[in-house]
Write a protein that binds this ligand. Structure first.
Ligand SMILES: NC(=O)c1ccc[n+]([C@@H]2O[C@H](COP(=O)([O-])OP(=O)(O)OC[C@H]3O[C@@H](n4cnc5c(N)ncnc54)[C@H](OP(=O)(O)O)[C@@H]3O)[C@@H](O)[C@H]2O)c1
Length: 343
């Protein structure tokens, strides 16, 4: 499987990573261990978890697998929204507890990548960076990242880290997929400017990009939206829009041309995007994972990318982005193809 550095200060990982948010939730332990086995057998090396997934059970399941198999993988976990017994936030105290909790549940003595799961408005970022820097000095954490931040937050984190002499983040973990390219306005340009890596979550839009949902039929059965149609950013009433169906149709037609499942096209498109180091795969079953693991072998042509890009372009608001692009010659959104097609 192809590999890439997880940013300038991170380990080298496979370009497909295994997300474990389903472990201990939709995916019972034996099936989760089968997914981990299949991932490693396919050459995968990067496993992403978080202390909040299934109230800590995802980390425990990964930990029991590590203890049993003795596998050599890069473990990334996240803290900030602590499980019920801990104190939440990105304060020094909360992070010390969160890191210890993750080490205990995973049964390891160091975390390869520790990601702050979201911005904390109640803790100065200096405190968070100082706490993480001491974790790095103690050898409990090797590299750090942030997730679910806005552009100004990422800019402040990076500037504070560099100017304050703290450990500098190496990666950012945002939602990014053909249905939601909003991060191209701020986060992707910031990541390019800072030289840090993206590890996108939600590459299939929570399942929408597999073509499993219909515009005229509410989801049912053992699917994410069948079980909870109001689930987060992928909720049925939120995503059931003309734009979604335009994108899904484009993915379907590219998939048909290559005789591949739609999931391959969604993953391959993300792998083609600038600064994307590793795409976090999500799966309920080992069969779903096995299908996604073959995505790295799909090469999309320039015509495929143009079709997908035109269908999914989020549009560039005229102010300040359009003005900055035209009046100041900032070219990043043109290079990303962020603007709506002009026809
Ligand atoms: N930092 C964050 O805040 C954050 C947030 C979310 C996720 N993550 C990370 O990113 C990982 C991936 O995110 P995600 O799970 O949202 O990714 P996703 O790829 O957008 O969605 C995965 C879901 O799509 C469905 N699916 C997958 N393959 C399929 C196939 N071949 N056919 C039909 N349905 C299929 C499954 O749901 P059903 O079968 O149940 O419908 C599966 O659980 C997570 O495991 C986690 O590690 C991070």
């Amino acid at each position: 499987m192809p590999t890439a550095p997880l940013g300038p200060r991170g380990p080298v990982v496979t370009r497909l990573g295994l997300g474990t948010m389903t472990f201990g939730a939709e995916t019972p332990e034996a099936e989760a261990h089968a997914q981990l086995d299949a991932f490693v057998a396919a050459g995968g090396t990067f496993v992403d978890t978080a202390d909040v997934y299934a109230g800590g059970e995802s980390e425990r399941i990964v930990g029991r697998w590590l203890a049993d198999r003795g596998a050599d993988v890069v473990i990334g976990t996240k803290g900030r929204f602590a499980p019920p017994s801990g104190s939440a936030g990105a304060s020094r105290r909360a992070l010390a507890r969160a890191v210890q909790g993750s080490l205990d549940r995973l049964g390891v003595d160091a975390l390869d990548l520790y990601t702050v799961h979201g911005w904390d408005d109640h803790t100065p970022v200096e405190e968070t960076l100082d706490a993480l820097s001491s974790e790095v000095r103690r050898g409990r954490v090797h590299a750090i990242g942030w997730s679910n931040v806005t552009g100004w937050q990422l800019g402040r984190i990076m500037a504070t880290a560099r100017l304050g002499g703290y450990v500098v983040p190496t990666a950012v973990q945002p939602q990014y997929n053909l249905l939601d390219r909003t991060i191209e306005l701020e986060i992707v340009p910031a990541a390019l400017a800072e030289g840090i890596a993206l590890t996108p979550w939600g590459p299939l839009g929570g399942g929408w990009l597999t073509g499993k949902y219909r515009s005229d039929e509410r989801p049912s059965g053992a699917t994410r939206l069948g079980e909870d149609p109001h689930r987060g950013v992928e909720a049925y009433d939120v995503r059931n829009t003309d734009r979604t169906w335009r994108v899904v149709d484009a993915v379907r037609s590219v998939a048909a041309a290559h005789d591949r499942p739609m999931a391959h096209v969604a993953h391959a498109w993300l792998l083609s995007r600038p600064t994307v180091a590793s795409v976090l795969l999500g799966a309920r079953t080992t069969e779903q994972l096995a299908q996604s693991l073959e995505a790295a072998t799909l090469e999309l042509s320039a015509d495929d990318l143009a079709l997908l890009g035109d269908a999914s372009a989020p549009g560039l608001p005229s102010y300040p982005y359009g003005m900055v692009q035209d009046a100041c010659g900032v070219d990043v959104w043109r290079r990303l193809g962020t603007a709506a097609p002009t026809d």
